[in-house]
Write a protein that binds this ligand. Structure first.
Ligand code: PLP
Length: 244
């Protein structure tokens, strides 16, 4: 996709989000779905262009790439209110770089007590708090990261009780890529909804939790099922190069 096509692609996605929102349950409407533009493997020019079209939230999968883009002089100058979401897997030896990201808004992929604890410890030193989501492996595929659905309550409870510098806001899933929507609702999204309901009940939470689900091929379905955070990459920025 050429840079000058991003504006219309972005507007198209926004319209599709608004339309999908009309057909979802009232009870899910405590939070407008947030569009996270996934810019992984795309150069900073794409980020700047989308930002100039009003996009504020961006998602990245690779710690080093996000840290570098976020600290790029031109990005700093032209995108002062950018909000970075980390949506990739977290290696413990890269947590310093992760937290060195400028304008880091949310980490969506916490999937163990150890990682939560480590990030919390580093944040305590700086006095900052950070929004986090717990990533759930709803499809049970071995190559997908995330915690198993049965362990979600325990991890969330750990974060709430032991990680004061983490602001737990909700759950995230990627899910299987091959769901056929002719067969009905996506079981991964249903699983995340069920996990959310279970955590809220088990831990007697009063705060409404967010759900991060839905990508280019299924964000409208995800919104209909209650997603509050969709992560859309290729529909906005075009096909990605293969990671080297
Ligand atoms: C790459 C990626 C996306 C965006 O995928 P598209 O299909 O290009 O929209 C969303 N979420 C995660 C976790 C990703 O890795």
């Amino acid at each position: 996709m050429a840079l000058n096509e991003i504006e219309s692609a972005l507007n198209d996605v926004r319209q599709r989000i608004a339309k999908a929102l009309q057909s979802r349950a009232q009870s899910d409407n405590h939070c407008e779905p947030r569009l996270v533009a996934v810019s992984k493997l795309k150069s900073k020019e794409y980020v700047i262009k989308a930002y100039e079209c009003g996009q504020k939230h961006f998602g990245e999968n690779y710690i080093q790439e996000m840290e570098e883009k976020s600290r790029d002089a031109e990005v700093l100058e032209k995108c002062p209110e950018i909000k970075w979401h980390f949506i990739g897997s977290i290696q413990r030896n890269k947590i310093n770089r992760l937290l060195n990201t400028h304008n880091l808004y949310m980490i969506e992929t916490i999937s163990s007590n150890a990682i939560a604890e480590e990030i919390n410890k580093k944040l305590e030193k700086t006095g900052l708090t950070l929004k986090v989501m717990v990533q759930v492996n709803t499809s049970g595929e071995e190559n997908k990261s995330g915690i198993e659905p049965k362990d979600v309550t325990s991890l969330v409870s750990f974060i709430l009780n032991n990680c004061p510098n983490l602001d737990f806001v909700g759950l995230m899933t990627i899910g299987a890529f091959d769901h056929d929507y002719n067969e009905g609702p996506n079981p991964d999204f249903q699983c995340l909804v069920d996990c959310r309901d279970e955590v809220v009940t088990n831990l007697k939470l009063e705060k409404k939790l967010e759900l991060s689900m839905g990508m280019s091929n299924d964000f409208e379905h995800a919104i209909q099922m209650g997603s509050t955070n969709v992560r859309v990459g290729s529909t906005i920025f075009g096909a990605r190069p293969v990671k080297s």
